[in-house]
Write a new protein. Sequence first.
Length: 56
Amino acid sequence: MDDWTYCVQTLPKVSRTFALNISILRGTLYRSILTAYLFCRIVDTVEDAAKLNPKI
């Protein structure tokens, strides 16, 4: 699976509301917003994980 396919398949698994709104976008804006949203989700998960293994 390539990176883009992974992003497209991951979005609806981590967000219902944003996935619906992002899916309306087209072209470069769609790709940019989807990627930025997933990046922010990763950062938020790391920030919220008090006992995250530092080796990860």
